[in-house]
Design a protein around this ligand. Structure first.
Ligand SMILES: C[S@@+](CC[C@H](N)C(=O)[O-])C[C@H]1O[C@@H](n2cnc3c(N)ncnc32)[C@H](O)[C@@H]1O
Length: 209
Protein backbone atom coordinates (compact mmCIF):
# COMPACT_ATOMS: atom_id res chain seq x y z
CA UNK A 1 0.00 0.00 0.00
CA UNK A 2 1.43 3.36 -1.02
CA UNK A 3 1.06 6.63 0.86
CA UNK A 4 -1.03 8.78 -1.50
CA UNK A 5 0.92 12.06 -1.17
CA UNK A 6 4.22 10.21 -1.63
CA UNK A 7 2.81 8.40 -4.67
CA UNK A 8 1.62 11.72 -6.11
CA UNK A 9 5.11 13.21 -5.80
CA UNK A 10 6.71 10.40 -7.83
CA UNK A 11 3.90 10.45 -10.43
CA UNK A 12 4.01 14.21 -10.93
CA UNK A 13 7.82 14.55 -10.86
CA UNK A 14 8.86 11.39 -12.67
CA UNK A 15 10.97 13.11 -15.35
CA UNK A 16 12.85 15.33 -12.88
CA UNK A 17 13.27 12.50 -10.38
CA UNK A 18 14.64 10.22 -13.11
CA UNK A 19 17.11 12.90 -14.25
CA UNK A 20 18.31 13.48 -10.69
CA UNK A 21 18.77 9.84 -9.64
CA UNK A 22 19.45 7.61 -12.66
CA UNK A 23 23.24 7.95 -12.81
CA UNK A 24 24.87 4.67 -11.77
CA UNK A 25 27.35 6.67 -9.67
CA UNK A 26 24.47 7.53 -7.33
CA UNK A 27 23.63 4.03 -6.17
CA UNK A 28 23.98 3.76 -2.40
CA UNK A 29 23.69 -0.02 -2.37
CA UNK A 30 25.44 -1.36 -5.52
CA UNK A 31 28.73 -1.84 -3.69
CA UNK A 32 26.95 -4.38 -1.43
CA UNK A 33 25.35 -6.49 -4.19
CA UNK A 34 28.26 -8.94 -4.42
CA UNK A 35 28.00 -9.77 -0.73
CA UNK A 36 24.20 -9.66 -0.62
CA UNK A 37 23.21 -11.72 -3.64
CA UNK A 38 24.35 -15.06 -5.04
CA UNK A 39 25.99 -14.56 -8.44
CA UNK A 40 23.44 -14.94 -11.24
CA UNK A 41 20.54 -15.13 -8.77
CA UNK A 42 16.99 -13.95 -9.44
CA UNK A 43 16.69 -10.56 -7.75
CA UNK A 44 13.74 -8.17 -7.31
CA UNK A 45 14.37 -4.42 -7.06
CA UNK A 46 11.37 -3.39 -4.93
CA UNK A 47 10.48 0.30 -5.44
CA UNK A 48 13.05 0.62 -8.20
CA UNK A 49 12.58 4.36 -8.88
CA UNK A 50 14.63 5.37 -11.93
CA UNK A 51 15.59 1.72 -12.56
CA UNK A 52 19.25 2.60 -11.91
CA UNK A 53 19.92 -0.33 -9.55
CA UNK A 54 17.90 -2.71 -11.73
CA UNK A 55 20.24 -1.88 -14.62
CA UNK A 56 23.33 -2.32 -12.44
CA UNK A 57 22.05 -5.72 -11.30
CA UNK A 58 21.44 -6.76 -14.94
CA UNK A 59 24.90 -5.51 -15.94
CA UNK A 60 26.37 -7.52 -13.03
CA UNK A 61 24.83 -10.70 -14.47
CA UNK A 62 21.84 -11.10 -12.15
CA UNK A 63 18.44 -12.23 -13.41
CA UNK A 64 16.98 -8.95 -12.16
CA UNK A 65 13.38 -7.70 -12.13
CA UNK A 66 11.83 -4.47 -10.97
CA UNK A 67 8.67 -3.38 -9.19
CA UNK A 68 7.92 0.33 -9.18
CA UNK A 69 4.41 1.52 -8.22
CA UNK A 70 4.72 4.84 -10.07
CA UNK A 71 3.55 4.20 -13.64
CA UNK A 72 5.17 7.46 -14.79
CA UNK A 73 8.54 6.41 -13.36
CA UNK A 74 8.24 3.04 -15.12
CA UNK A 75 7.41 4.88 -18.35
CA UNK A 76 10.36 7.22 -17.85
CA UNK A 77 12.79 4.36 -17.16
CA UNK A 78 11.60 2.34 -20.18
CA UNK A 79 11.75 5.37 -22.49
CA UNK A 80 15.45 5.79 -21.64
CA UNK A 81 16.28 2.07 -21.55
CA UNK A 82 13.80 0.14 -23.75
CA UNK A 83 15.36 -3.18 -22.65
CA UNK A 84 13.72 -2.65 -19.24
CA UNK A 85 10.22 -2.99 -20.76
CA UNK A 86 10.11 -6.74 -20.15
CA UNK A 87 11.77 -6.46 -16.71
CA UNK A 88 9.98 -3.65 -14.92
CA UNK A 89 6.39 -3.74 -13.62
CA UNK A 90 4.09 -1.42 -11.72
CA UNK A 91 2.15 -4.32 -10.24
CA UNK A 92 3.63 -6.60 -7.56
CA UNK A 93 1.09 -9.29 -8.52
CA UNK A 94 3.25 -9.91 -11.61
CA UNK A 95 5.58 -12.01 -9.42
CA UNK A 96 5.13 -15.50 -7.97
CA UNK A 97 5.69 -16.51 -4.35
CA UNK A 98 9.12 -17.91 -3.43
CA UNK A 99 10.47 -16.93 -6.85
CA UNK A 100 13.36 -14.65 -5.81
CA UNK A 101 16.79 -15.44 -4.34
CA UNK A 102 17.20 -11.84 -3.28
CA UNK A 103 15.30 -8.59 -2.87
CA UNK A 104 16.69 -5.06 -2.92
CA UNK A 105 14.61 -2.34 -1.22
CA UNK A 106 16.75 0.79 -1.51
CA UNK A 107 15.27 3.87 0.20
CA UNK A 108 11.68 2.57 0.18
CA UNK A 109 10.56 1.55 3.70
CA UNK A 110 10.66 5.13 5.05
CA UNK A 111 7.76 5.92 2.69
CA UNK A 112 5.54 3.08 3.96
CA UNK A 113 3.04 4.09 6.70
CA UNK A 114 3.09 2.11 9.98
CA UNK A 115 -0.30 0.59 9.18
CA UNK A 116 1.11 -1.00 5.99
CA UNK A 117 4.64 -1.96 6.98
CA UNK A 118 3.78 -5.44 8.30
CA UNK A 119 1.87 -6.18 5.10
CA UNK A 120 4.85 -5.08 2.99
CA UNK A 121 7.25 -7.29 4.98
CA UNK A 122 4.85 -10.21 4.73
CA UNK A 123 4.76 -9.81 0.96
CA UNK A 124 8.55 -9.60 0.71
CA UNK A 125 9.13 -12.74 2.78
CA UNK A 126 6.55 -14.58 0.65
CA UNK A 127 8.40 -13.57 -2.54
CA UNK A 128 11.75 -14.92 -1.28
CA UNK A 129 12.92 -18.51 -1.36
CA UNK A 130 13.93 -19.95 2.06
CA UNK A 131 17.49 -18.72 2.71
CA UNK A 132 16.95 -15.77 0.35
CA UNK A 133 18.39 -12.37 1.20
CA UNK A 134 16.95 -8.90 1.68
CA UNK A 135 19.20 -5.86 1.19
CA UNK A 136 17.45 -2.70 2.36
CA UNK A 137 18.36 0.86 3.17
CA UNK A 138 16.68 3.78 4.91
CA UNK A 139 17.86 7.34 5.61
CA UNK A 140 19.33 7.79 9.09
CA UNK A 141 18.09 11.37 9.33
CA UNK A 142 16.74 14.39 7.46
CA UNK A 143 16.56 18.00 8.57
CA UNK A 144 13.76 19.11 6.19
CA UNK A 145 10.81 17.24 7.72
CA UNK A 146 7.69 18.82 9.16
CA UNK A 147 5.79 17.63 12.24
CA UNK A 148 3.86 15.28 9.96
CA UNK A 149 7.16 13.59 8.91
CA UNK A 150 6.83 14.92 5.37
CA UNK A 151 9.43 16.76 3.32
CA UNK A 152 8.53 20.06 1.60
CA UNK A 153 7.23 18.03 -1.40
CA UNK A 154 4.81 16.04 0.77
CA UNK A 155 6.75 12.77 0.68
CA UNK A 156 6.46 10.72 3.88
CA UNK A 157 9.77 10.00 5.67
CA UNK A 158 9.22 7.85 8.75
CA UNK A 159 12.58 7.73 10.54
CA UNK A 160 11.95 4.66 12.66
CA UNK A 161 14.30 3.36 15.36
CA UNK A 162 16.38 0.52 13.95
CA UNK A 163 15.07 -1.86 16.66
CA UNK A 164 11.56 -1.39 15.33
CA UNK A 165 12.57 -2.53 11.83
CA UNK A 166 14.73 -5.38 13.05
CA UNK A 167 12.13 -6.70 15.47
CA UNK A 168 9.32 -6.54 12.92
CA UNK A 169 11.47 -8.20 10.26
CA UNK A 170 12.39 -10.95 12.75
CA UNK A 171 8.65 -11.69 13.08
CA UNK A 172 8.73 -12.38 9.35
CA UNK A 173 11.60 -14.85 9.59
CA UNK A 174 14.53 -12.52 8.83
CA UNK A 175 17.88 -12.56 10.66
CA UNK A 176 20.45 -9.80 10.50
CA UNK A 177 23.62 -10.63 8.56
CA UNK A 178 25.34 -7.25 8.24
CA UNK A 179 24.84 -3.54 8.66
CA UNK A 180 26.51 -0.58 6.94
CA UNK A 181 26.35 3.14 7.76
CA UNK A 182 27.23 5.37 4.79
CA UNK A 183 27.24 8.89 3.38
CA UNK A 184 24.68 10.21 0.91
CA UNK A 185 25.66 9.81 -2.76
CA UNK A 186 23.88 13.07 -3.65
CA UNK A 187 26.23 14.76 -1.13
CA UNK A 188 23.41 15.97 1.12
CA UNK A 189 25.24 16.65 4.38
CA UNK A 190 22.23 16.12 6.65
CA UNK A 191 21.46 12.65 5.27
CA UNK A 192 23.27 9.42 6.03
CA UNK A 193 22.10 5.92 5.23
CA UNK A 194 21.65 2.70 7.14
CA UNK A 195 21.75 -0.45 5.02
CA UNK A 196 21.08 -3.98 6.26
CA UNK A 197 21.63 -7.36 4.72
CA UNK A 198 19.16 -9.86 6.18
CA UNK A 199 18.42 -13.48 5.43
CA UNK A 200 15.15 -15.38 5.47
CA UNK A 201 16.12 -18.07 7.95
CA UNK A 202 12.83 -18.78 9.69
CA UNK A 203 9.07 -18.89 9.40
CA UNK A 204 6.59 -16.03 9.71
CA UNK A 205 5.53 -15.60 13.35
CA UNK A 206 3.23 -12.71 12.63
CA UNK A 207 -0.38 -12.72 11.61
CA UNK A 208 -2.03 -9.52 10.43
CA UNK A 209 -4.63 -8.53 13.05
C1 LIG B 1 13.49 7.36 -2.64
S1 LIG B 1 12.85 6.44 -3.97
C2 LIG B 1 14.08 5.16 -4.15
C3 LIG B 1 14.12 4.60 -5.54
C4 LIG B 1 15.21 3.56 -5.78
N1 LIG B 1 15.00 2.36 -5.03
C5 LIG B 1 16.56 4.16 -5.48
O1 LIG B 1 17.23 3.73 -4.54
O2 LIG B 1 16.95 5.09 -6.21
C6 LIG B 1 11.49 5.57 -3.26
C7 LIG B 1 10.75 4.69 -4.23
O3 LIG B 1 9.84 3.86 -3.49
C8 LIG B 1 8.63 3.77 -4.21
N2 LIG B 1 7.59 3.45 -3.22
C9 LIG B 1 6.91 4.29 -2.41
N3 LIG B 1 6.04 3.61 -1.63
C10 LIG B 1 6.19 2.30 -1.96
C11 LIG B 1 5.58 1.10 -1.52
N4 LIG B 1 4.63 1.11 -0.57
N5 LIG B 1 5.96 -0.07 -2.09
C12 LIG B 1 6.93 -0.07 -3.05
N6 LIG B 1 7.55 1.03 -3.50
C13 LIG B 1 7.18 2.20 -2.97
C14 LIG B 1 8.47 5.11 -4.87
O4 LIG B 1 7.56 5.07 -5.96
C15 LIG B 1 9.91 5.44 -5.25
O5 LIG B 1 10.23 5.00 -6.53
Amino acid sequence: MIDSRTARFYEENAANYFAATSSKMLSGTASFFGEAFTQGGRILDFGSGSGRDLLILLDDGYDAWGYEPSKNLVREAVSHVPALKSRLFSSIESFEEESFDGILASAVFQHIPDTHLAHAFSMLTDLLVPGGTLLWSVPAGRSDLGLDFRDPHGRLFLLRPRARYLQLLSFFGFSEVRHWHSDDKLNRRDIRWNTWLMQKTGEKMYRQP
